[in-house]
Design a binder for this molecule. Structure first.
Ligand SMILES: [Zn+2]
Length: 142
């Protein structure tokens, strides 16, 4: 408790190869092994299924120095099949699921700011491999 108010929502990719059906359990295991805790509040698998991995009042570990009041959503994918380059690999089902989550949080927390990981200052990554602001401005299309 005590994490409210929620002011930010940050979208990430798992940096897994296009088409590989990595599970949310696997993502959580990797995060616990690497960081000692679960990173994200939600994971969206490639079939569009949406899995809660932290409650909103638990602090995530997904955006360095900016995890307070910041919901983290991770979609499986974000790299091309050869893991050579960042790529927006979101399936239509993942885009629909992401849109539903973003809209739900926007309605629940007026004034919420939605960013991609790379939009935070000092982040030198391609994550989440697409332009979050542009996608939202376009109406979050599939
Ligand atoms: Zn990220």
């Amino acid at each position: 408790m005590g994490m409210l108010p929620i002011r930010y929502l940050t979208i990430h990719c798992a940096a897994t190869p296009e088409g590989r059906a990595v599970s949310h359990e696997q993502i959580t295991r990797w995060d616990r092994d690497k960081f000692g805790q679960t990173s994200y509040h939600w994971v969206i698998e490639i079939d569009g299924s949406t899995h809660r991995t932290l409650t909103d009042d638990q602090k995530g570990a997904h955006t360095g120095g900016h995890n307070t009041g910041n919901i983290g959503i991770c979609y499986i994918g974000g790299m091309d099949a050869g893991k050579k380059a960042a790529k927006d690999t979101r399936t239509p089902a993942q885009k629909r699921a992401m849109r539903t989550l973003v809209r739900t949080y926007q309605q629940r927390y007026p004034g919420l700011k939605v960013f991609g990981h790379r939009d935070w200052p000092g982040v030198n990554k391609a994550c989440p491999s697409f332009d979050v602001t542009g996608w939202i401005a376009a109406g979050m299309p599939e």
